[in-house]
Every structure is written in structure tokens, then in C-alpha cells.
Design a protein around this ligand. Structure first.
Ligand SMILES: Nc1ncnc2c1ncn2[C@@H]1O[C@H](COP(=O)(O)OP(=O)(O)O)[C@@H](O)[C@H]1O
Ligand SMILES: [Mg+2]
Length: 375
């Protein structure tokens, strides 16, 4: 057999800070899973075909997902509720959302996945161009970097739309131009990722909070904030500055949502963990992989390594698959995964968890259905 390169556009060299990047991601056909070969079939590949196959498999493993985890599904339901209920006329300020959770729990992934679905839905329903003939961009997304102030924030909005006036002007001018873009492109959802990069306690923080109030009032968009520890950083705090009630308004209008790590304290949660691993192992393309490779053989181990954090788990699986393919092991087991290095937080949690599993005070194994019925 000759492995063929799938006819899909490259998605590895784009940025979501520009509308074209987001559009390309939204319109890309689903990635095609490389064919699962036997060891013999792989050995029979010619040199060029093998190189191509390995590259295809490597890219596939680097992009597994997003998986429909319970956390992701729940977040999507809430986002649909809020975004669709925000279709009031433009004179009413719209409810905002703050997705607030620790790093590595899948906030960016889940919100982006929602945004892409929303983008496709609106474009399918209303077309790629507005009645006035402008490009339609249902979603605008900006990612903040440290120390950002109002002007830089507005500038990043203009960057997203590639507005010609994004290089010179004042903060106020930038804001007006951004509003023009939002209105012309009929943008309905504005995602602000990594909001914790704002310095909330200084002048910038207050300024930008005021600015969000302005956006909430003037822009006909649902604001989706994403960040770490937003509540404690002052997103909703009322006593931020003397006589300043803007933050109180943000509190009144913003619905906090969160995402949790997987836990395994009861049977339902253990079933969820198992379901995640079953879904994940179906996507692995290794010649010697077998059903139950993750869900039966490595369930406890993967929990100990990742402490139930989807980010650490996916990194471990991705790196493990790369190593298994490269070294010819062609399956995942504890020996191989032990050689894969992970993030500091996961490694720190690992020892304590391993002890609990060893003492059998913790397990990821659900009681079988039969036992449950008897019980
Ligand atoms: N539902 C999911 N399915 C598969 N992988 C996921 C999922 N959610 C997150 N990930 C992976 O976990 C890592 C961290 O996710 P990310 O969304 O960046 O987390 P956060 O924004 O909360 O820090 C990413 O590399 C991503 O690929
Ligand atoms: Mg993120």
C-alpha cells in the first residue's frame, strides 16, 4: 500500500490572533486518521513511503483531540445557553462569561472548539459575507500577553481584523476602529484568552476593566474571558478603587464557568476516566496497540502521571506515541511511558498519588456493572 498525503490545508503555521487563522481552522476538514498498519505492512513500505507514513502519524498524534470530555461538553452547553440568549437587540448590554480554572485543564481548547463550531454555524446560516458586502467574522479572538494596557488590547483587536489603522492612533481611536470592525463583520462573540496577564491591581487593570464595561455596553458581542484565578485577581471585585463601580457591574453581568481535573473518588467518576481512555486509545495509531492498552493496562498509571489533568495526560500520550513510533516499540506500556518527561506540576503530584494507589486508598478502576447490581 502507498500512504497518501491527505488533501488538507496545513494548520501548523497559522495564528489564531488573525481572522484568517481562525477561519482556516474553522473550515478545515476533519483530520484523516492514518491507516493502522501491521508490523509486516510497515516493514514492507519503501523508504519514501515509510518517511511519509511516519510524518503523517507523528502529526496525527500531536493533534489528537479535542475529545468530548464531560468538562468540555458541560462548558459547551453553558456557552450555547449564554451566547444564544444574547441575541437581544443592540441596545441591551449582553451577559459575559468568565472561564476560570487552573492551567492545563482545557479552557483554551474547549472555548476554541466552541468558537469554531459557532463560526461554522453562523457562516452556514447567514453566509460568508454580510448584507453590506463585508466579510462576516462571527468570532473574534485575542490572546493577551503580560502587562497589557488598554491601547495594546485595542490594537490586538485591530490586529485580528488586519485593520489598516492598527499601527498609529490613540487608545480611543483604536477602540472606535475596533467597534467599526465588529459592526462591519457582524462579530457576535469576543474571546479574550489569558486575561490573567492583565495587571489588575494597577492603573492598567482599572482602565481595562472600564474598557470591558465599555465593550459590554457598546459592542453587540458576548464577551468570553478565559484565565486563571480571575475571581481573586479582581475581575468581580467591587472595592477596587474609590467610587469605582465598574467592576461591580462586571460582577453582575459575568457568569463564572470553570473546568475541573478528572477525579476518581466515586464510581461514576471512574467510569468517566475509563471512557476518556477508551476514546483516547481508539485514536492511537501504533502497530501493536490493542483494545484496553490504556483503559485496562495503564488506567492507574496514567492517572498518577497526569493527576487527572487533561493537558498532562495528552502530553504524555502524544510524547509516548512519538517515542513508540520512533523506537519501533509500537505500543504504549509503563516501561516506555516512564521514559517520557512531563511538566513540573504533574511530576510533583506524582509521588503522593503513587503512594495512595500503592496503599490502595485510591483506584481508577470502576466496580464492574455486575458487582454494582449485586450491591
Ligand atoms: N478535550 C480535550 N481533548 C484532547 N486534548 C485536550 C482537551 N482539552 C485540552 N487538551 C489538551 O491539553 C492541553 C492543555 O489544554 P489548554 O486548552 O491549553 O488548557 P488551558 O487553556 O486550560 O491551560 C492542550 O495541549 C490540549 O491539546
Ligand atoms: Mg489557555
Amino acid at each position: 500500500m502507498t500512504p497518501k498525503k491527505p488533501e488538507v490545508p496545513r494548520l501548523d503555521n497559522l495564528t489564531l490572533s488573525r481572522k484568517e487563522g481562525l477561519g482556516a481552522m474553522a473550515q478545515a476538514p476533519p483530520r484523516k486518521r492514518p491507516e493502522l498498519l501491521t508490523l509486516k505492512q510497515k516493514a514492507d513500505l519503501g523508504e519514501a513511503a515509510l518517511l511519509e507514513y511516519e510524518q503523517e502519524r507523528s502529526v496525527w498524534h500531536a493533534n489528537i483531540g479535542p475529545l468530548g470530555t464531560p468538562q468540555l461538553k458541560a462548558l459547551h452547553e453553558d456557552l450555547w445557553d449564554i451566547v444564544t440568549s444574547n441575541q437581544q437587540d443592540g441596545d441591551k448590554a449582553k451577559g459575559a462569561v468568565a472561564v476560570d480554572a487552573h492551567p492545563g485543564l482545557g479552557k483554551t481548547t474547549a472555548v476554541l472548539n466552541f468558537a469554531l463550531k459557532y463560526h461554522r454555524q453562523v457562516i452556514a446560516r447567514e453566509g460568508a459575507f454580510t448584507a453590506a458586502g463585508h466579510e462576516r467574522w462571527p468570532v473574534c479572538r485575542v490572546g493577551l500577553t503580560s502587562n497589557i494596557g488598554m491601547k495594546e488590547f485595542n490594537r490586538s483587536l485591530l490586529e485580528f481584523y488586519a485593520h489598516p489603522g492598527r499601527t498609529t492612533g490613540t487608545a480611543t481611536l483604536f477602540a472606535r476602529r475596533a467597534l467599526d470592525c465588529v459592526l462591519e463583520c457582524e462579530t457576535r462573540v469576543l474571546i479574550i484568552d489569558d486575561l490573567h496577564f492583565l495587571k489588575w491591581q494597577d492603573k492598567n487593570g482599572t482602565e481595562v476593566s472600564n474598557h470591558f464595561k465599555y465593550i459590554a455596553n457598546e459592542f453587540p458581542v458576548t464577551l468570553i474571558f478565559i484565565g486563571v484565578d480571575l475571581g481573586n485577581r479582581g475581575l468581580y471585585s467591587e472595592a477596587h478603587a474609590l467610587g469605582n463601580i465598574t467592576l461591580a457591574q462586571t460582577a453582575r453581568r459575568t457568569t463564572p464557568l470553570t473546568m475541573e481535573a478528572f477525579t476518581v473518588t466515586n464510581n461514576k467518576q471512574r467510569m468517566e476516566w475509563r471512557k476518556l481512555l477508551l476514546g483516547l486509545e481508539k485514536r492511537i495509531v501504533l502497530c501493536q496497540a490493542f483494545p484496553g492498552m490504556l483503559a485496562d493496562e495503564l488506567s492507574d498509571y496514567l492517572y498518577i502521571r497526569s493527576s487527572g489533568h487533561i493537558g498532562s495526560l495528552m502530553t504524555l500520550i502524544n510524547r509516548g506515541c512519538q517515542r513508540a513510533a520512533r523506537t519501533g516499540t509500537e505500543l504504549l506500556d509503563q516501561d516506555l511511558l516512564d521514559q517520557v518527561k512531563l511538566d513540573v506540576a504533574a511530576e510533583r503530584a506524582r509521588k503522593a498519588l503513587a503512594e495512595k494507589f500503592a496503599r490502595r486508598t485510591m483506584t481508577t478502576k470502576p466496580r464492574s456493572r455486575a458487582t454494582k447490581t449485586v450491591a
